[in-house]
Design a protein around this ligand. Structure first.
Ligand SMILES: Cc1cc2nc3c(=O)[nH]c(=O)nc-3n(C[C@H](O)[C@H](O)[C@H](O)COP(=O)(O)OP(=O)(O)OC[C@H]3O[C@@H](n4cnc5c(N)ncnc54)[C@H](O)[C@@H]3O)c2cc1C
Length: 853
């Protein structure tokens, strides 16, 4: 067999269908019982497009768009009801949240609209509008029949040649030395090249068959069905329409019409995990006992907000379990450390996401790449720290906050601290506000002594503003120190290590004792990494990268390691920690800490050297992300306190300060430096990302070279640029639309390039594509306004404290990328369009003289 898919829920059936559609027919789905025997059969069947991660939102849009195709191929109805829906805001903050979501939707091709509570009431007369301040209408919402839809995927897959075996539990998974999987089932063993875990409620157990503890937990979830309601029947009769879906954030409630009554579900605060350690194998088509007391607080608010429903009788309460990952997004992709073992699980909204998950995974398995940006659901986004107990705490937090606002400066408390460095207690004693950086506690900023080290969460500038400013100014004027343990660190060694890195990286490898910066590309010439690499010995290199991408990058490195053992790779994680010192006095400070010459002549910009710092053996890079004169100092954890104390003692005469991650990110902004996962992601090419200095097309045949050469020859369509923004009291957060005054000039695709066009729908649910021929304007409402149109999107930004400017980075059409004119751009922040201007040169140290020292 080419592939065996384990599990016949909606996700397994979608994966099977998409694999068959991609041309793999020697494939088999094995189901323990009947199709839908996990959580799929009792789902409420709702679907929507909106998601906090725009990339996941696109996958949801794809899923909804797919149902028509599925019905046609399978001949099986999904009972699709595309009713549209509203999200109701009860507070100004929630309205800001909706404005943000609406703005994001502009370049995603989503046709959402902000409306008043009375407009919402016209669509959903059961509500009392006095509880709300506004709403957002989304036409791409509705509900379907969960069982019919799962069967439609299965039938369509079978028609394309796939096989489905029912009533046959998979008991064991073993792998032969040649990589072939033995899928041991009750009815015998199936040999397969690939195995996909779509075990849903049992995904953890299937993971354990190969020694993997997947961060998945099932939660009990309740919804109720009312008796038939005369108000609903009257509305249907009067309007000829079904009632729309409604999401009430305050009540943690979603509702929709079900027959002549209403279905109402809650994501209650007092949530309850189901089978937290082991899922019983004999669980199947049964429901859990309802517990109305648990959802009573939500119902109480719901009945005030929707008095029509309060008077209706309750016909039935459904309580069933379904699974979540710690952040509520799916777990998809190949598992690092294993070969050809794939997962598609933790899918909490199978009917919104199942299609997109199936498409991504099948692309990945068949073409070696998911085809678009799936980081938000990549199984590699979790590290070893995402244990069973961590997952339990985080899933409960996520479930109970499902309808809560997550502010851009909000750090969530559950399961923390997970990992700490030896300096954790010192940083806390220094009044640091700590943040979670891929499971590691990291100082974000330092509150003044005597004040509570706590963020006031907000979409606007907050209580950290002044203090981050002080950290930045003290560092830029004197010297500052910060922890950098939250970088990824790897060592590559062995006789073929240089060849290996030259094949993977776009830049030339450095000489002994030197450092380079280098992107990494996939075969399609898209950015999949950005690293600092030092040559530390004849056959050894140190690599530093993004901490959150450690598993993602290890998976790629391992896939490309020569089979003969001539290259070894080691990921340090927290067995190597670091401190960075930066600012004009940092060189004098380092000189006091070492017994060798570290003048700019002896230890140049981009040099690497092993030296004793404050008496501790360290590796030192003459480079910092602040873009200032500075150093990164790496040491074993056992030495970190010693080195920190030495730095602080020796730095006293220079007026040294501690600075946190937020000051670091502010300083990188005024150097126009990109960040991985915001500016640089697998949806961009290296020239689009303005990384040309690090792309050496002529050096050798590195992965992605051909595609990069093509991008270079044709010229990139988009460019990453940096803006000054005339912001008021709120800076950009990321994903804001960029408007330009360009008249009718069309720059082609302005939708964020996720690998397939953004689907759009008319009021009947039909997909609409392309431009409006009459006006030359895009068909998407809200992206054209007189001479202004949305031409791009922000990736990240904030306040650049040293140059005293609000700044943003983002992507615009290449033709506009060097146009520094005033009055050409506006960036939409929280619903307000603010003037913006491109700055080609970084405002801080554009010549790099300070950095070189
Ligand atoms: C009350 C409730 C309401 C919901 N409402 C919605 C909603 O409105 N919209 C929405 O999108 N989602 C909703 N959901 C969530 C939705 O049900 C899930 O997202 C979806 O069912 C996940 O599908 P799955 O295929 O991943 O898992 P499952 O449906 O659990 O399927 C897994 C399958 O794998 C099989 N299996 C496991 N282990 C083995 C093995 N070893 N050998 C063979 N077979 C195996 C199981 O028997 C099962 O059939 C709701 C869920 C509940 C409980």
């Amino acid at each position: 067999m080419k592939a065996v898919v384990i599990g016949g829920g909606v996700v397994g059936c979608s994966v099977l269908y998409h694999l068959a559609r991609a041309g793999w027919t020697d494939i088999m789905l094995i189901e323990r019982s009947e199709l839908t025997s996990g959580s799929s059969w009792h789902a409420a069947g709702g679907f929507h497009t909106l998601n906090g991660d725009p990339n996941v939102a696109k996958l949801q849009a794809y899923t909804v768009q797919l149902y028509k195709e599925l019905e046609e191929i399978s001949g099986q109805s999904c009972s699709l009801h595309l009713t549209g829906g509203v999200m109701l805001a009860d507070s100004p903050e929630r309205m800001d949240f909706l404005r943000l979501a609406h703005a994001k939707g502009r370049y995603l091709g989503m046709d959402t609209e902000l409306i008043t509570p009375s407009e919402a009431k016209k669509m959903f007369p059961l509500m009392d509008e006095k509880h709300f301040v506004g709403a957002m209408w989304d036409p791409v919402e509705g509900h379907l029949d969960p069982s019919g839809t799962t069967h439609a995927y299965a039938k369509a897959a079978k028609k394309l040649g796939a096989e489905i075996v029912l009533r046959n539990p998979v008991k064991e998974l073993t792998q032969d030395p040649d990589g072939t999987w033995n899928v041991v089932t009750e009815q015998g063993t199936v040999r397969a090249e690939h195995v996909v875990n779509c075990g849903g409620l049992w995904a953890r157990e299937v993971g354990r068959m190969v020694g993997v503890e997947l961060p998945v937990l099932a939660m009990e979830h309740m919804y109720l069905l009312t008796e038939p309601m005369p108000e609903v029947e009257a509305f249907n009769k009067e309007t000829g329409r079904e009632m729309i879906g409604v999401l009430d954030f305050k009540g943690e409630i979603y509702t929709r019409q079900e027959r002549n009554g209403i279905l109402l579900g809650t994501y209650e605060k007092a949530c309850k995990p189901w089978s937290p350690v082991n899922t019983p194998w004999d669980f199947g088509h049964e429901l859990l006992a309802p517990d109305l007391d648990r959802i009573a607080p939500s119902l109480e608010i719901g009945f005030q907000h929707f008095p029509g429903i309060a008077n209706a009788g309750i016909k039935q309460v459904i309580n069933g379990p379904f699974t979540f990952a710690p952040d509520g997004n799916p777990l998809v992709g190949p598992v690092q450390g294993l070969t050809n073992f794939w997962v598609a699980c933790g899918v909490m909204a199978g009917f919104s996401q199942g299609g997109g998950v199936g498409l991504a995974l099948s692309n990945w398995m068949v073409n070696g790449d998911p085809g678009f940006d799936v980081w938000g659901m990549d199984v590699a986004r979790w590290g070893e720290w995402a244990s069973l107990r961590y997952t339990n705490a985080k899933v409960r937090e996520n479930y109970s906050r499902r309808f809560s606002i997550r502010f851009p400066n909000e750090e969530l408390p559950a399961a923390r601290p997970a990992q700490t460095t030896p300096l954790y207690d010192t940083m806390v004693a220094n009044n640091a506000v700590m943040g979670d950086s891929w499971g590691l506690e990291t100082p974000l900023w330092f509150a003044p002594k005597g004040t509570e080290p706590k963020d006031i969460v907000s979409f606007h500038r907050s209580n950290d503003f002044e203090h981050i400013g002080n950290e930045v100014r003290a560092t830029r004027d004197r010297v500052g120190v910060t922890e950098i343990a939250n970088f990824a660190k790897y060592e590559v060694s062995g006789p073929a290590s240089e060849d290996f890195l030259n094949r993977l990286m776009t830049n030339r490898m450095p000489k002994n004792g030197r450092i380079v910066l280098t992107p990494m590309l996939n075969e399609f010439g898209r950015l999949i990494g950005d690293f600092t690499i030092a040559k530390t010995g004849d056959d050894t290199f140190m690599i530093w990268g993004s901490s959150a991408a450690q598993k993602y990058h290890m998976r790629w490195f391992e896939q490309h390691l020569p089979k003969d053992g001539s290259v070894r790779i080691h990921r340090f994680d927290q067995t190597l920690v670091g401190l960075s010192i930066a600012g004009p006095k940092s060189q004098a400070l380092l000189a006091k800490l070492v017994d060798e010459d570290v003048s700019s002549k002896a230890f140049r910009f981009m040099d690497f050297r092993e030296m004793a710092v404050g008496g501790a053996p360290c590796m030192v890079n003459r480079i910092t992300y602040t873009g200032d004169l500075g150093y990164e100092i790496w040491m074993a954890p056992a030495y970190q306190r010693l080195v920190y104390k030495a730095i602080k003692d020796a730095g006293e005469e220079f007026g040294i300060v501690d600075f946190g991650m937020r000051a670091l990110l502010s300083m990188r902004l005024e150097k126009n430096f990109p960040t991985w996962f915001r500016e640089l992601r697998p949806i961009y090419g290296p020239f689009e990302g303005s990384m040309e200095r690090f792309i050496k097309l002529e050096k050798n045949d590195f992965i992605g070279r051909e595609a990069a050469a093509r991008e270079h020859a044709e010229g990139p369509k988009l460019r990453r640029v940096s803006f000054y923004v005339d912001a008021q009291d709120a800076d950009v957060m990321g994903d804001e639309p960029i408007w330009a005054k360009v008249g009718a000039k069309d720059f082609g695709t302005i939708e964020k390039p996720h690998g397939y066009g953004a689907p759009r729908f008319d009021e009947t649910g039909k997909e609409v594509r392309g431009s409006d021929a009459a006006t030359g304007a895009s068909a998407v409402r809200g992206i054209v306004d007189g001479d202004w149109r949305v031409v791009g999107w922000v990736t990240s930004g904030g306040y650049a404290h040293y140059v005293e400017k609000s700044m943003a980075q983002g992507y615009v059409p290449a033709a506009l990328a060097e146009n520094e004119a005033e009055g050409l751009f506006e960036i939409e922040i929280l619903g307000h369009r603010r003037p913006a201007r491109i700055n080609v040169e970084p405002p801080f140290d554009p010549s790099g003289d300070k950095m070189r020292g």
